[in-house]
Design a binder for this molecule. Structure first.
Ligand code: PEP
Ligand code: MN
Length: 357
């Protein structure tokens, strides 16, 4: 249920509604921590017979009650009609602002490899550095990542380039360690429905990049985001990274239509990952341009100084020249990328609510 407040409703009203909701077994989440205009009442307790909704509708400070806010209310446009900006260090993603480019190696392999890519990423106009420290590999014999050493190298690359860092967490017990370094935590496609991991990650105080599982519906994807938000994540960015399909010529199929359609349902920013979606470096540039031209909130691409020698995902990694060509292509289609320190499109669109009750 979502309560739409009258413009003049003050903090006292929010507290009172929070208390009423609590008595009914529900928790109240405001759309904005400073000046709430909508309150989501969430929890397992059903509002039998619509008694609570009717009680709230009767209040002078309540403009309307949306009784059916769907299964993932915190992600919904009913809760936040406008697009939400997610803040990652000095970077703002979404919120109607310019799109972001995130770039970096699939896995952090060495200081030289990471710094070469990080510097090239900064030159290309990327404002978020990716790099796996803990790698989810399909084979137990494949390179599993450098782990804590990679986190140290990511921190060094951030110091050198100023780029905020996103890296994946694989297990709840890793979250604290990774969150000490990462500006943004990544949930991989394989873990989209790992609910214990979503809960631990959501409560780490960092924004989250949530990959869509290769067989997930939009609703399942949004429910995974709901888990993160319900656990307190101060922002979630959705990432479409390709669905499993039948044709071996591409690794997955980029669901650009789904990435656009999910924005009708949700206020959360949406980016694409054409590297994992295709598995082919020759397709990464055109698909990135397609996503940006379609108005999505950004793209994340894998880059390696010597892709043929990469310890993971070499065939889909751009080399440093490829990354420069991507930047050129983005300029050619007239897209201006987000820069660091750019003010959010709307301060009130900032995510990061506190719990009212
Ligand atoms: C990655 O981005 O490093 C990754 C493993 O991606 P995905 O979870 O989308 O496969
Ligand atoms: Mn990869």
């Amino acid at each position: 249920m979502i309560v739409v407040l009258e413009p003049g409703a003050d903090a006292g009203v929010v507290r009172e509604i929070g208390a009423v909701a609590r008595r009914a077994g529900l928790r109240t989440v405001p759309d904005d921590p400073v000046r709430p205009r909508r309150l989501a009442l969430v929890g397992a307790a059903p509002d039998a017979g619509g008694v609570l909704a009717a009680q709230l509708e009767g209040r002078a400070e309540v403009q309307a009650v949306i009784r059916d806010a769907g299964s993932a209310p915190l992600t919904s446009r009913q809760f936040r009609p406008g697009p939400t900006a997610v803040t990652v260090g000095a970077l703002s993603i979404g919120g109607g602002g310019p799109p972001v480019l995130a770039a970096g190696p699939c896995a952090v392999e060495s200081p030289e490899q990471l710094l070469a890519v990080a510097n090239a990423a900064a030159r290309a106009g990327a404002t978020l550095l990716r790099g796996g420290a803990f790698k989810p590999r399909t084979s137990p014999y494949a390179f599993q990542g450098l782990g804590p050493e990679a986190l140290r190298l990511l921190a060094e690359a951030r110091r050198e380039t100023g780029l905020p860092v996103v890296t994946e967490v694989l297990a709840p017990e890793q979250v604290e360690l990774v969150a000490e370094v990462a500006d943004m935590l990544q949930i991989g496609a394989r873990n989209m429905q790992n609910y214990a991991l979503l809960a631990a990650t959501g409560s780490a105080g960092r924004p989250v990049l949530l990959k869509r599982a290769s067989g997930a519906t939009l609703e399942e994807w949004l429910l995974a985001a709901e888990h993160l938000l319900a656990s307190g994540a101060p922002g979630v960015v959705l990432c479409e990274r390709g669905l499993r399909h039948f044709d071996p010529h591409t690794r997955n199929i980029l669901d650009l239509a789904g990435a656009l359609a999910v924005r009708e349902l949700s206020h959360l920013p949406v980016i694409i990952d054409p590297s994992h979606a295709t598995g082919r470096r020759d397709l990464v540039i055109p698909l990135t341009l397609a996503g940006l031209a379609a108005g999505l909130d950004g793209a994340i691409v894998e880059v390696h100084p010597d892709p043929d020698a990469a310890l993971s995902d070499g065939p889909q990694s751009l080399d440093l020249e490829g990354l420069a060509s991507l930047a050129e292509g983005i300029g050619r289609i007239g897209v201006r990328l987000a820069s660091l320190d750019a003010p959010a499109a709307s301060a009130s669109a900032q995510q990061g609510w506190t719990r009212a009750g």
